[in-house]
Design a protein around this ligand. Structure first.
Ligand SMILES: Nc1ncnc2c1ncn2[C@@H]1O[C@H](COP(=O)(O)OP(=O)(O)OP(=O)(O)O)[C@@H](O)[C@H]1O
Length: 332
């Protein structure tokens, strides 16, 4: 929708194309324009006192409206646009060619495995940076089989990639609810109030110890903040690609976390050494000396072993729980 169409067509027509505009008026506590009224007329008719209460002049209000619609249109197009991500091999640390090309589609989970220092984070960084042969590995990342628009590298709003890193430190003096609400609003997310509630509820399902919207973010434990950021990414982030740098040590329900992230039809790449998570992926990339040395498709035999691994895991979790509670393990 052009600026002209947005401002001069009857509001009912504009709303049919951009239902999220209701949220814009809600957030300013303004009544919606009449069906036949154009937004330009609505803005011209706003009382000066109303604008003063909002802390905006007429031009700034108009600009906020236009930017909001541009932001919303940009976000939905980013998500719809990504049907595939291709990684074209570069060179390992010894300069040997990787010789692979891998295409990933939404809904797929790929694990990245390899010894410490082998280059797992580097591969995630190449994807986040949408590398074009300009990183130490010489890899190239294509979107829908082509070199993507360079704005994806620099735009913070239309991010191609959401990255969940291992360390989460909050320094702001905000409650959980305020923090997530500000985040939702900054992302132009429609129906943000419902989403905020959903995020807090989901995060509580992932974390062991419950917390609520009034908890100050600085007093969340490591596992709780991680759970909050995972739920936030799954529900708020419009980025079609999610990169996860290890979730196994976070003290959260990692299987649920993965299920939550995958449900939102994203391409997920995850550095992990957790056998259960590794087998839940469709394939894994084995990194050695900075290069992808092998690509393993999860076999039926491996998948059949998942049940057994889950039983083992539950036994270990139960023991861990007992240790946490201060029990002894004289009898298993
Ligand atoms: N193909 C490559 N060519 C040159 N340098 C590389 C290559 N791959 C990785 N490196 C460099 O090697 C170093 C270690 O890589 P990285 O941090 O990605 O390892 P990692 O597997 O994530 O380690 P950890 O498991 O300890 O987090 C980094 O400085 C990275 O930039």
């Amino acid at each position: 929708m052009t600026r002209d169409q947005l401002l001069h067509r009857p509001f009912a027509e504009v709303l049919a194309q951009a239902a999220y505009l209701r949220d814009f008026f809600d957030s300013f506590a303004l009544t919606l324009p009449a069906t036949e009224q154009s937004l330009a007329d609505y803005i011209a008719a706003l009382a000066s006192e109303q604008l003063e209460d909002l802390g905006l002049d007429r031009e700034a209000f108009c600009q906020a409206l236009v930017s909001y619609v541009e932001g919303m249109e940009g976000l939905s197009s980013t998500q719809e646009q990504v049907q595939s991500l291709t990684i074209k091999g570069g060179f390992n640390k010894q300069g040997d060619a990787e010789n692979f090309e891998l295409e990933l589609k939404p809904g797929q989970v790929v694990c990245i495995v390899g010894p410490t220092g082998s280059g797992k984070s580097r591969l995630l960084a190449d994807i986040e940076w949408v590398a074009q042969g300009d990183t130490p590995t010489g890899r190239q990342i294509l979107i829908n089989g082509a070199v993507p628009d360079p704005t994806w590298r620099f735009s913070t709003e239309h991010k191609l990639v959401a990255q969940l890193s291992q360390n989460m430190n909050f320094v702001m003096d905000l409650s959980v609810e305020e923090f997530i609400r500000i985040h939702a609003e900054s992302r132009f997310v429609p129906d943000s109030a419902t989403k905020v509630k959903k995020i807090i509820a989901q995060a509580n399902e992932l974390a062991g110890e419950p917390f609520d919207g009034d908890t100050p973010i600085t007093s969340l434990s490591g596992g709780q903040s991680r759970a909050l950021m995972i739920a936030d990414t799954a529900i708020l982030s419009q980025s079609p690609i999610v990169l996860i740098d290890e979730i196994e040590n976070a003290g959260i329900d990692r299987k649920k976390a993965l299920a939550l992230l995958v449900r939102e039809e994203k391409i997920v790449l995850m550095a992990t050494h957790d056998p259960i998570l590794a087998l839940m992926g469709q394939r894994r990339l084995v990194i050695r000396h900075g290069g992808v040395a092998r690509i393993i498709d999860t076999s039926d035999a491996e998948r059949a072993n998942l049940k057994q691994l889950e039983q083992l895991d539950q036994q270990l979790m139960a023991l861990r729980h007992r240790i946490r509670q201060g029990d002894t393990l004289d009898v298993l």
